[in-house]
Design a protein around this ligand. Sequence first.
Ligand code: HEM
Length: 222
Amino acid sequence: MLNSFIFVVLPYAALVMILFVTPYRFYTNRLTWSAYSTQFLEQKTLYWGAVSWHYGIILILLAHLAGIVCPHGMERLLGNQQTLIVLESIGIGLGLLALFGSVMLLLRRVNATILKQVTFASDWVLLFLLVLQTATGVYVSTFMRWGSVWYLHTAVPYIYSLLSFRPQMEYVADFPLVFKLHVGMAFLIIALLPFTKLVHLLFFPYRFLADPPILYRWRSRG
Ligand code: HEM
């Protein structure tokens, strides 16, 4: 029952949300189609949180994606023991960096009273989920060793089965609960994307490239 919910219901529910709610938000509420900036209110903790979070998580998600897009290439790469150890060590380092960043971002909201007015329920839910998602990822990576390899033979075929609309949860059904939570929360985060500021993932500010340059004038002379 739990397996069916996590491995079949949640991923397709997430797909429906992304396909239908995202365009709805874009066409009805386009001004909210980004992350609400709070940099003017607080920027010290934001710097440590946002920089660590983005550098860590973007590279880790690219590694998740590489296994899906190019499983055979990854298998060959990780077949070399030294490469495997180096890449897993870098992975754990990046995971810890992302975890540090997400905790800083959460603590920033808790501690800076000036941010309370611009912090909504969706921000709390999202930040909690991101911290938990990153923590479970680092846990899996540390205590269920060589995840980068078994991922290719379990999670990747499972994801392919989802993409072909013939879900085969047998690939992942016997994993420990912490891994199931990691996968379940990933789909929950994707499902919540159109309702939260995470929607900024889909915002590519390429039009800025065509904007005329901004001219700054100093008010003081010299
Ligand atoms: C919102 C989406 C996701 C996020 C933000 C995320 C985040 C993370 C993080 C931070 C780590 C730790 C990396 C490290 O320390 O090396 C990790 C590891 C891992 N994740 Fe995810 N993850 C996501 C989705 C998924 C999904 C959908 C699966 C499988 C179906 C998955 C499977 C794994 C596995 C197997 C590891 C261990 C990798 C290793 O040992 O090198 N993740 N994830």
